[in-house]
Ligand binder design. Structure first.
Ligand SMILES: Cc1cc2nc3c(=O)[nH]c(=O)nc-3n(C[C@H](O)[C@H](O)[C@H](O)COP(=O)(O)O)c2cc1C
Length: 183
């Protein structure tokens, strides 16, 4: 699949199943996340790869984060949070390790990482895998960061859910005339 086809056919996977990308494919996807314009060459991207037991650890951290925000939650609600993690056989957390002393603003450092997320998405898609870019409230919890091996002031840009497509959303397009002015 060439780049234009990958861009034109990309949409989010609504349901994912086994098998996940195998290790050499995961490495290729991670490398794609680093092939980005990077103002100041700050290399802000950080990745945490969760599969197998790692997904259990992510689920524990997600539930703990959920309960900090919702201390009165029922066991059923906690269980629902836990189950969300197992909607994909592979999740890659992509975070921006932001250098707050540098003249390059944090927004640009996060943009650099977000560009990498899209590269990762298109790379996995062109391999035939399904992908969903998620965040959720837990992506903004410093204690969750620490629980999964990031710094507390890193910013999670994506939880990238990856696997084999069980259901895929439609390719959506926005009319250019709605958003473009030729100045
Ligand atoms: C930064 C970011 C965070 C997102 N977080 C979520 C999320 O937590 N849950 C969700 O359902 N969609 C989330 N989305 C949107 C989906 O990834 C997806 O793009 C959207 O549902 C549109 O579908 P499409 O990718 O097939 O066009 C997020 C998108 C971005 C860019």
């Amino acid at each position: 699949m060439d780049l234009s086809e990958a861009i034109d056919t990309r949409s989010s996977a609504i349901r994912l199943t086994e098998p996940a990308p195998v290790e050499p494919e995961i490495i290729r996807i991670l490398e794609a996340g680093l092939r980005v314009p990077d103002h100041g060459r700050l290399a802000p991207a950080r990745f945490v790869v969760f599969q197998g037991d790692g997904l259990e650890r992510l689920a524990d951290a997600m539930v703990a984060s959920f309960l900090r925000k919702n201390p009165a939650a029922s066991p059923e609600q906690s269980e629902m949070e836990r189950k969300k993690v197992f909607r994909a056989p592979l999740i890659i957390a992509v975070a921006a390790h932001i250098n707050r002393e540098h003249k390059v603003p944090p927004a640009e450092q996060m943009s650099c990482v977000a560009a990498g997320v899209q590269n990762m998405f298109l790379t996995a898609h062109s391999m035939g895998y399904g992908v969903m870019w998620k965040t959720g409230a837990q992506a903004y919890d410093p204690l969750l960061n620490e629980a999964i091996g990031l710094y507390d002031d890193d910013q999670i840009i994506a939880f990238l859910y990856l696997g084999t497509i069980a259901a895929k959303g439609p390719v959506k397009s926005i009319a250019l005339e709605d958003v473009v002015k030729w100045a």
